[in-house]
Design a protein around this ligand. Structure first.
Ligand SMILES: NC(=O)c1ccc[n+]([C@@H]2O[C@H](COP(=O)([O-])OP(=O)(O)OC[C@H]3O[C@@H](n4cnc5c(N)ncnc54)[C@H](OP(=O)(O)O)[C@@H]3O)[C@@H](O)[C@H]2O)c1
Length: 271
């Protein structure tokens, strides 16, 4: 952990209403950093679909917490990230902290674009979030008590978005994190059966995990009117990324913060 210089200036938090972004905003404000929210609902709206809004959002900004939506693996991400970095450089941005996805070659391509942008960078390469079960795609399943997902016994090092935000805040406010990559995971490898057990224990009610086929999953998402881009992303994640390639732990939280990551059982206590 570095405890040197407090950095100053305005920080744009893209995805600032999302699972990591809102925590980054809270933490930066606590450290009295000037923050600008970057999302479609912000006062100065930022929309990945409208490049004019990127200019408005980046004017007067020194550093950026960059999350891409829906995922760095979508085909247009590399061109959007390339253009975004060019505009950021033009407006004098000095540091980009990029949230990336672990085990996704397309996300790693976007990391390379940020690294080559001419702007100092920090990359937070994250495994699956704990908060997907409380604020994200699987929240309704947890409420209904059935995690019906197209996966079997693969184990994942689920990571907490509080920890990801802490790494981003540290990188944005304290010297020593520029041009570093932190691969962040939780402290334990868990299967979806383990996740259902942990949720059942913590919530004191039965949460069942039922493995289903990818087609059954897709049909259920369509029935629930899930947006098409979200369905595509989930099919990509379950069909490709969750194949065991991420079934190992990394030290990014310890390296950046000098402390252990939060366990899934601690996350469940916050529900
Ligand atoms: N979820 C995971 O387990 C996980 C793991 C590793 C990496 N990641 C990466 O994290 C990133 C965020 O994913 P997430 O699922 O966790 O979402 P999220 O950050 O919880 O929410 C999405 C955010 O993006 C904003 N947004 C949505 N559409 C937008 C648009 N067209 N233009 C500008 N902002 C937009 C939303 O705000 P408004 O609605 O106000 O615009 C919201 O702030 C993705 O790149 C993903 O690959 C996620």
């Amino acid at each position: 952990m570095n405890t040197n210089t407090q950095l100053s200036g305005s920080t744009l938090v893209i995805g600032g209403t999302g699972k990591t972004g809102k925590r980054v905003i809270q933490g930066l404000r606590k450290r009295e950093v000037q923050v600008r929210l970057g999302s479609r609902t912000a006062e100065l709206a930022f929309d990945w679909e409208d490049q004019a809004t990127w200019h408005t959002a980046l004017k007067g900004i020194d550093s950026v917490y960059l999350t891409y939506y829906p995922d760095l693996a979508v085909p247009k991400a590399p061109s959007d990230i390339t253009e975004f970095c060019k505009i950021a450089l033009h407006y004098g941005v000095q540091h980009i902290v990029l949230l990336s996805g672990r085990g996704e070659p397309a996300a790693q391509q976007c990391e390379d674009i940020v690294k080559a942008s001419g702007i100092a960078w920090t990359i937070i390469r994250a495994s699956w979030f704990n908060q997907n079960f409380s604020e994200g795609a699987f929240c309704d399943m947890v409420v209904a008590g059935v995690l019906a997902l197209p996966i079997s016994d693969v184990v994942e090092p689920f990571v907490d978005t509080d920890d990801i935000a802490d790494v981003a805040i540290e990188a944005l406010t304290v010297d020593g994190h520029k041009n570093k990559l932190y691969e962040v995971t939780g402290p334990r490898l868990l299967s979806f059966t383990d996740i259902a057990e942990e949720l059942s224990k913590g919530l004191n009610r039965k949460i069942e995990f039922i493995p289903i086929s990818i087609d059954a999953f897709k049909n259920e998402m369509i029935k629930q009117n899930t947006p098409a881009d979200m369905i595509d992303m989930l099919l990509f994640l379950f069909g490709e990324v969750l194949d065991g390639r991420n079934s190992y732990l990394s030290q990014g939280i310890e390296d950046a913060l000098g402390r252990a990551p939060k366990d899934f059982s601690e996350f469940v206590k916050t529900l």
